[in-house]
Design a protein around this ligand. Structure first.
Ligand code: ZN
Ligand code: ZN
Length: 88
């Protein structure tokens, strides 16, 4: 937080309270967003959220799901294998 660093980029009539880590613009209290504990202006937060919902994030998510499915299948087959041995 930088105090008294001028005027908000989006609201010239308001005092700036912080600086956006992405675009380095001075932003007022209302424009400041705290996401992941980092100061961002609303515009950069929007961009950040859109990037997270982008194709890269989605492919990561599905890769994780495939891994989970494989682990689940392995556990089920392992259980069947063990059960068959216990019964016989
Ligand atoms: Zn910004
Ligand atoms: Zn503002």
């Amino acid at each position: 937080m930088i105090q008294g660093s001028g005027r908000c980029h989006y609201h010239p009539d308001r005092a700036g309270l912080g600086v956006c880590v992405e675009c380095r613009r001075v932003i007022c209290r209302e424009c400041t967003t705290q996401f992941e504990g980092i100061n961002r202006c609303a515009t950069c937060l929007q961009r950040r959220l859109q990037a997270m919902e982008g194709p890269a994030a989605r492919s990561d998510w599905s890769a994780g799901h495939v891994l989970l499915a494989l682990v689940g299948v392995a556990l089920v087959w392992g259980g069947i294998f063990l059960a068959a041995h216990v019964v016989s």
